[in-house]
Design a binder for this molecule. Structure first.
Ligand code: NDP
Length: 276
Protein backbone atom coordinates (compact mmCIF):
# COMPACT_ATOMS: atom_id res chain seq x y z
CA UNK A 1 0.00 0.00 0.00
CA UNK A 2 1.21 3.48 -0.86
CA UNK A 3 0.67 5.87 2.04
CA UNK A 4 -1.05 9.01 0.78
CA UNK A 5 0.56 11.87 2.71
CA UNK A 6 -1.46 14.49 0.86
CA UNK A 7 -4.75 12.90 1.94
CA UNK A 8 -3.55 12.72 5.56
CA UNK A 9 -2.48 16.38 5.37
CA UNK A 10 -5.94 17.35 4.08
CA UNK A 11 -7.59 15.52 6.99
CA UNK A 12 -5.37 17.40 9.47
CA UNK A 13 -6.20 20.72 7.80
CA UNK A 14 -9.92 19.91 7.99
CA UNK A 15 -9.64 19.20 11.71
CA UNK A 16 -7.57 22.36 12.25
CA UNK A 17 -10.10 24.54 10.45
CA UNK A 18 -13.01 23.13 12.44
CA UNK A 19 -11.36 23.33 15.82
CA UNK A 20 -10.90 27.13 15.62
CA UNK A 21 -14.08 28.08 13.77
CA UNK A 22 -15.84 29.45 16.87
CA UNK A 23 -12.81 30.97 18.66
CA UNK A 24 -12.62 34.71 19.51
CA UNK A 25 -9.82 35.10 16.95
CA UNK A 26 -7.78 32.95 14.58
CA UNK A 27 -4.36 31.56 15.54
CA UNK A 28 -1.53 33.74 14.21
CA UNK A 29 1.98 32.80 13.12
CA UNK A 30 4.92 35.07 12.36
CA UNK A 31 7.92 34.03 10.26
CA UNK A 32 11.23 35.85 9.99
CA UNK A 33 13.45 35.58 6.94
CA UNK A 34 16.83 37.25 6.52
CA UNK A 35 18.09 38.12 3.07
CA UNK A 36 17.19 36.06 0.01
CA UNK A 37 17.36 32.30 -0.33
CA UNK A 38 15.20 30.55 -2.97
CA UNK A 39 14.68 27.30 -1.03
CA UNK A 40 13.80 29.19 2.18
CA UNK A 41 11.38 31.36 0.20
CA UNK A 42 9.77 28.23 -1.33
CA UNK A 43 9.44 26.61 2.09
CA UNK A 44 7.82 29.70 3.60
CA UNK A 45 5.41 30.01 0.64
CA UNK A 46 4.29 26.45 1.42
CA UNK A 47 3.82 27.33 5.11
CA UNK A 48 1.84 30.42 4.10
CA UNK A 49 -0.41 28.36 1.77
CA UNK A 50 -1.04 25.83 4.54
CA UNK A 51 -1.93 28.50 7.12
CA UNK A 52 -4.10 30.48 4.71
CA UNK A 53 -5.92 27.33 3.56
CA UNK A 54 -7.43 27.09 7.06
CA UNK A 55 -7.83 30.88 7.50
CA UNK A 56 -5.10 31.18 10.13
CA UNK A 57 -3.11 34.40 10.31
CA UNK A 58 0.39 34.61 8.84
CA UNK A 59 2.85 37.50 8.75
CA UNK A 60 6.21 37.30 7.03
CA UNK A 61 8.83 39.69 8.36
CA UNK A 62 11.62 40.27 5.87
CA UNK A 63 14.85 41.59 7.31
CA UNK A 64 18.15 42.50 5.65
CA UNK A 65 20.92 39.91 5.83
CA UNK A 66 23.07 42.61 7.43
CA UNK A 67 20.83 43.03 10.49
CA UNK A 68 22.78 42.65 13.72
CA UNK A 69 22.13 39.73 16.04
CA UNK A 70 20.96 42.12 18.78
CA UNK A 71 18.42 43.76 16.48
CA UNK A 72 17.05 40.40 15.35
CA UNK A 73 16.78 39.12 18.92
CA UNK A 74 14.96 42.35 19.88
CA UNK A 75 12.43 41.79 17.09
CA UNK A 76 11.84 38.22 18.25
CA UNK A 77 11.33 39.44 21.83
CA UNK A 78 8.72 41.94 20.57
CA UNK A 79 6.77 39.04 19.02
CA UNK A 80 7.21 36.98 22.20
CA UNK A 81 5.42 39.79 24.04
CA UNK A 82 2.70 40.31 21.41
CA UNK A 83 -0.42 38.58 22.74
CA UNK A 84 -1.88 38.35 19.20
CA UNK A 85 1.05 36.16 18.07
CA UNK A 86 0.84 32.44 18.89
CA UNK A 87 3.73 30.99 16.92
CA UNK A 88 7.14 32.19 15.74
CA UNK A 89 9.38 30.70 13.06
CA UNK A 90 12.84 31.93 12.19
CA UNK A 91 13.90 30.54 8.85
CA UNK A 92 17.34 28.87 8.89
CA UNK A 93 20.08 29.04 7.73
CA UNK A 94 21.03 32.41 9.21
CA UNK A 95 23.97 34.61 8.13
CA UNK A 96 27.27 33.65 9.75
CA UNK A 97 27.35 36.61 12.15
CA UNK A 98 24.13 35.43 13.84
CA UNK A 99 24.11 32.48 16.24
CA UNK A 100 21.29 30.01 15.44
CA UNK A 101 21.53 28.79 19.01
CA UNK A 102 20.92 32.27 20.47
CA UNK A 103 18.03 32.83 18.09
CA UNK A 104 16.38 29.52 19.03
CA UNK A 105 16.94 30.29 22.74
CA UNK A 106 15.29 33.70 22.34
CA UNK A 107 12.00 32.41 20.91
CA UNK A 108 9.62 31.87 23.83
CA UNK A 109 9.16 28.07 24.25
CA UNK A 110 5.37 28.54 24.21
CA UNK A 111 5.65 30.21 20.76
CA UNK A 112 8.37 27.95 19.33
CA UNK A 113 6.57 26.51 16.27
CA UNK A 114 9.50 24.33 15.18
CA UNK A 115 9.91 22.76 18.62
CA UNK A 116 13.69 23.33 18.54
CA UNK A 117 13.99 25.28 21.82
CA UNK A 118 16.03 23.31 24.40
CA UNK A 119 13.12 23.58 26.85
CA UNK A 120 10.85 21.86 24.34
CA UNK A 121 13.57 19.30 23.59
CA UNK A 122 13.87 18.64 27.35
CA UNK A 123 10.10 18.31 27.70
CA UNK A 124 10.05 15.83 24.84
CA UNK A 125 12.82 13.81 26.46
CA UNK A 126 10.92 13.72 29.76
CA UNK A 127 7.59 12.92 28.08
CA UNK A 128 6.03 16.21 29.24
CA UNK A 129 3.71 18.46 27.24
CA UNK A 130 5.64 20.70 24.88
CA UNK A 131 6.04 21.55 21.21
CA UNK A 132 7.29 18.61 19.19
CA UNK A 133 9.47 19.15 16.07
CA UNK A 134 7.25 18.95 12.97
CA UNK A 135 8.91 16.13 11.01
CA UNK A 136 8.95 13.56 13.85
CA UNK A 137 5.42 14.69 14.77
CA UNK A 138 4.39 14.11 11.14
CA UNK A 139 5.70 10.54 11.21
CA UNK A 140 3.83 9.79 14.45
CA UNK A 141 0.70 11.42 12.98
CA UNK A 142 0.90 9.19 9.88
CA UNK A 143 0.83 6.10 12.12
CA UNK A 144 -2.09 7.49 14.12
CA UNK A 145 -4.06 8.42 11.00
CA UNK A 146 -3.53 4.91 9.58
CA UNK A 147 -4.41 3.25 12.92
CA UNK A 148 -1.01 1.59 13.10
CA UNK A 149 -0.48 0.59 16.72
CA UNK A 150 3.19 1.11 17.60
CA UNK A 151 3.10 -0.85 20.85
CA UNK A 152 5.58 -3.72 20.76
CA UNK A 153 6.67 -2.97 17.20
CA UNK A 154 10.38 -3.16 16.38
CA UNK A 155 11.27 0.10 14.65
CA UNK A 156 14.59 1.00 13.06
CA UNK A 157 15.28 4.71 12.59
CA UNK A 158 18.18 5.45 10.25
CA UNK A 159 19.60 8.91 11.04
CA UNK A 160 20.27 10.54 14.42
CA UNK A 161 19.98 14.28 13.73
CA UNK A 162 18.59 16.61 16.39
CA UNK A 163 15.67 17.60 14.18
CA UNK A 164 14.56 14.19 12.90
CA UNK A 165 16.16 10.93 14.09
CA UNK A 166 16.74 11.63 17.80
CA UNK A 167 13.38 13.26 18.64
CA UNK A 168 11.55 10.71 16.52
CA UNK A 169 13.17 7.79 18.34
CA UNK A 170 12.07 9.27 21.68
CA UNK A 171 8.50 9.77 20.44
CA UNK A 172 8.33 6.21 19.10
CA UNK A 173 9.60 4.88 22.43
CA UNK A 174 6.92 6.91 24.22
CA UNK A 175 4.43 5.07 22.01
CA UNK A 176 5.78 1.78 23.41
CA UNK A 177 7.76 0.74 20.34
CA UNK A 178 11.15 -0.94 20.65
CA UNK A 179 13.52 1.39 18.84
CA UNK A 180 16.97 1.03 17.33
CA UNK A 181 18.72 4.14 15.99
CA UNK A 182 21.19 3.51 13.18
CA UNK A 183 23.72 5.96 11.72
CA UNK A 184 26.81 6.16 9.55
CA UNK A 185 28.87 4.04 11.96
CA UNK A 186 26.30 1.25 12.28
CA UNK A 187 27.69 -2.14 11.29
CA UNK A 188 25.50 -4.50 9.22
CA UNK A 189 22.64 -2.08 8.81
CA UNK A 190 20.54 -4.59 6.90
CA UNK A 191 20.74 -6.99 9.88
CA UNK A 192 18.62 -4.42 11.71
CA UNK A 193 16.36 -3.28 8.89
CA UNK A 194 15.38 -6.80 7.82
CA UNK A 195 14.22 -7.60 11.37
CA UNK A 196 12.20 -4.40 11.72
CA UNK A 197 8.42 -4.07 11.46
CA UNK A 198 8.88 -0.41 10.56
CA UNK A 199 11.92 1.30 8.97
CA UNK A 200 12.17 5.09 9.02
CA UNK A 201 14.90 6.59 6.84
CA UNK A 202 16.23 10.13 7.41
CA UNK A 203 19.70 10.07 5.93
CA UNK A 204 19.77 12.47 2.98
CA UNK A 205 21.14 9.99 0.41
CA UNK A 206 19.02 9.08 -2.65
CA UNK A 207 18.23 5.34 -3.04
CA UNK A 208 19.90 4.60 0.31
CA UNK A 209 17.43 1.92 1.46
CA UNK A 210 17.33 -0.83 -1.14
CA UNK A 211 14.99 -3.78 -1.62
CA UNK A 212 17.43 -6.33 -0.19
CA UNK A 213 17.31 -4.43 3.14
CA UNK A 214 13.53 -4.89 3.62
CA UNK A 215 10.96 -7.68 3.66
CA UNK A 216 7.40 -8.06 2.37
CA UNK A 217 6.16 -7.21 5.87
CA UNK A 218 8.10 -3.94 6.18
CA UNK A 219 6.43 -0.56 6.63
CA UNK A 220 8.83 1.98 5.10
CA UNK A 221 8.69 5.68 5.95
CA UNK A 222 10.93 7.87 3.79
CA UNK A 223 11.78 11.23 5.39
CA UNK A 224 14.48 12.11 2.86
CA UNK A 225 14.24 15.07 0.50
CA UNK A 226 16.97 15.10 -2.15
CA UNK A 227 17.21 16.80 -5.51
CA UNK A 228 18.42 14.60 -8.36
CA UNK A 229 18.45 15.97 -11.93
CA UNK A 230 15.94 18.64 -10.96
CA UNK A 231 13.56 16.10 -9.36
CA UNK A 232 12.78 15.62 -5.67
CA UNK A 233 13.44 12.07 -4.46
CA UNK A 234 13.62 10.44 -1.04
CA UNK A 235 16.17 8.16 0.61
CA UNK A 236 14.44 4.96 -0.47
CA UNK A 237 14.75 3.05 -3.74
CA UNK A 238 11.00 3.50 -4.09
CA UNK A 239 10.40 1.95 -7.53
CA UNK A 240 12.03 -1.35 -6.60
CA UNK A 241 10.01 -1.86 -3.44
CA UNK A 242 6.68 -0.05 -3.77
CA UNK A 243 4.91 -3.22 -4.92
CA UNK A 244 6.86 -5.45 -2.54
CA UNK A 245 6.69 -4.00 1.00
CA UNK A 246 3.56 -3.85 3.17
CA UNK A 247 3.36 -0.02 3.21
CA UNK A 248 5.55 2.80 1.94
CA UNK A 249 5.51 6.60 1.75
CA UNK A 250 6.33 8.17 -1.63
CA UNK A 251 8.51 11.25 -2.11
CA UNK A 252 7.06 13.70 -2.87
CA UNK A 253 3.59 13.21 -1.40
CA UNK A 254 4.46 11.28 1.77
CA UNK A 255 5.99 12.74 4.93
CA UNK A 256 6.46 16.24 3.41
CA UNK A 257 2.81 17.38 3.18
CA UNK A 258 2.09 15.95 6.64
CA UNK A 259 5.07 17.87 8.07
CA UNK A 260 3.55 21.12 6.81
CA UNK A 261 0.11 20.24 8.11
CA UNK A 262 1.22 19.34 11.64
CA UNK A 263 2.61 22.85 12.02
CA UNK A 264 -1.07 23.77 12.33
CA UNK A 265 -1.41 21.39 15.28
CA UNK A 266 1.55 23.06 17.03
CA UNK A 267 0.09 26.51 16.36
CA UNK A 268 -3.32 25.49 17.72
CA UNK A 269 -1.74 24.16 20.92
CA UNK A 270 0.09 27.47 21.41
CA UNK A 271 -3.10 29.42 20.67
CA UNK A 272 -5.01 27.41 23.26
CA UNK A 273 -2.24 27.83 25.79
CA UNK A 274 -1.70 24.08 26.06
CA UNK A 275 2.08 24.61 25.83
CA UNK A 276 3.45 27.04 28.44
P1 NDP B 1 21.47 15.09 8.76
O1 NDP B 1 22.46 15.23 7.66
O2 NDP B 1 21.50 16.04 9.91
O3 NDP B 1 21.57 13.61 9.36
C1 NDP B 1 21.72 12.52 8.52
C2 NDP B 1 21.84 11.27 9.35
O4 NDP B 1 22.04 10.19 8.46
C3 NDP B 1 23.03 11.29 10.31
O5 NDP B 1 22.64 10.83 11.58
C4 NDP B 1 24.03 10.35 9.65
O6 NDP B 1 24.80 9.59 10.55
C5 NDP B 1 23.10 9.39 8.93
N1 NDP B 1 23.82 8.76 7.83
C6 NDP B 1 24.55 9.37 6.87
N2 NDP B 1 25.13 8.44 6.06
C7 NDP B 1 24.74 7.24 6.54
C8 NDP B 1 25.01 5.92 6.17
N3 NDP B 1 25.81 5.62 5.14
N4 NDP B 1 24.46 4.92 6.89
C9 NDP B 1 23.66 5.17 7.94
N5 NDP B 1 23.36 6.43 8.36
C10 NDP B 1 23.90 7.45 7.66
O7 NDP B 1 20.05 15.09 8.05
P2 NDP B 1 18.57 15.47 8.58
O8 NDP B 1 18.18 14.55 9.68
O9 NDP B 1 18.46 16.91 8.76
O10 NDP B 1 17.75 15.09 7.25
C11 NDP B 1 17.73 13.78 6.73
C12 NDP B 1 16.94 13.79 5.45
O11 NDP B 1 15.60 14.17 5.73
C13 NDP B 1 17.42 14.79 4.40
O12 NDP B 1 17.16 14.26 3.10
C14 NDP B 1 16.53 16.00 4.61
O13 NDP B 1 16.39 16.79 3.44
C15 NDP B 1 15.24 15.33 4.98
N6 NDP B 1 14.34 16.13 5.80
C16 NDP B 1 13.02 16.03 5.51
C17 NDP B 1 12.09 16.70 6.24
C18 NDP B 1 10.64 16.52 5.93
O14 NDP B 1 9.83 17.24 6.45
N7 NDP B 1 10.26 15.53 5.12
C19 NDP B 1 12.50 17.62 7.31
C20 NDP B 1 13.91 17.57 7.64
C21 NDP B 1 14.80 16.85 6.88
P3 NDP B 1 25.94 10.27 11.51
O15 NDP B 1 25.17 10.92 12.62
O16 NDP B 1 26.76 9.13 11.94
O17 NDP B 1 26.66 11.27 10.65
Amino acid sequence: MIIDGKAIAERIKGKAKNCCSDCYRKPNAVAFILGENPSSEAYLRMIERTLKSVDFGYTLIRLPETISEEELLQKIVEKNLDTEVDGILVQMPLPEHISEERVIMTIAPEKDLDGFHPINAGRLFKGEKGTRPCTPLAVITIFKELDIDLEGKYIVVIGRSNIVGKPLAVMLMQNNATVTICHSKTVDLEEHTRKADIIIVAVGIPNFLTRDMVTEKSIVIDVGINEVDGKIVGDVDYDSMKDYVHMITPVPGGVGPVTNAVLLLNLIEHFRGVVR
